[in-house]
Design a protein. Structure first.
Length: 224
């Protein structure tokens, strides 16, 4: 089981760094960036089996992370909660070192952040009516609105994939096709300027779409 930690931290230069032992702290090394304090290593070791069970419960879907952490934080004196905090400090420190020293890691995190922001902007473009304000407090209606928004978002992204696939298949030169694939890979399929969100759509002929693919095949397709 592999769990990665890759956020973009605000004010990373002010973050507290933690060392696994005193020999790695700032007053024991000549490193320009070094921890000033240590973690409670024994607390992690004593509760390691429970930490693994906690992570497996989340990973296997038996309970959500938000639910479990809410239960733990409600009782701040929980020994498992304290052990997880110490282990989290170590992981965060390791991540910060990697983030500072690894340009490729920073680039990937920024790309993922841009993708998430694009996804949110697409949702805002779809949910544009009524100034993007919900006019109901009913939980079922709210859930339907969000589900419909997500379906429309997926339809737009799927259409973009189909269009790009058709475009690439029309390129005869293998080298030119590979160059075009690299250019497309550097960008994002989350684009919607070519969609008229307030337009009228005609679904009277659903046998084949503009890509020449039967609707039954499109419905069984999966984007990977």
């Amino acid at each position: 089981m592999h769990v990665s930690f890759a956020p973009r931290l605000k004010g990373i230069e002010n973050s507290t760094l933690y060392a696994p032992s005193k020999k790695f702290t700032k007053n024991k090394t000549n490193y320009p960036i070094a921890p000033k304090t240590t973690i409670k290593k024994q607390l992690i070791l004593d509760n390691w089996d429970n930490i693994l069970r906690f992570m497996a419960t989340i990973k296997l879907g038996y309970a959500s992370a938000s639910t479990l952490f809410r239960m733990l934080s409600a009782s701040g004196d929980s020994i498992l909660y304290k052990a997880l905090k110490e282990f989290g400090r170590l992981l965060k420190t390791q991540f910060i070192y990697n983030y500072i020293s690894n340009h490729e890691a920073r680039r990937k995190i920024q790309k993922q952040l841009n993708r998430a922001e694009l996804g949110q902007k697409l949702i805002d473009a779809i949910f544009h009516g009524r100034k993007s304000k919900l006019r109901t407090g009913d939980s079922d209606e709210i859930n339907k609105i969000f589900q419909c928004t997500k379906i429309l978002e997926n339809i737009i992204i799927f259409w973009n994939y189909l269009y790009l696939q058709k475009y690439l298949l029309q390129i005869d030169s293998k080298q030119e096709r590979e160059e075009e694939i690299l250019r497309i890979s550097a960008g994002s399929v989350i684009a919607w300027a070519h969609f008229n969100m307030a337009g009228t759509y005609d679904f009277s002929n659903l046998d084949n779409d503009s890509f020449g693919v039967p609707l039954s095949k499109l419905m069984s397709s999966k984007v990977t």
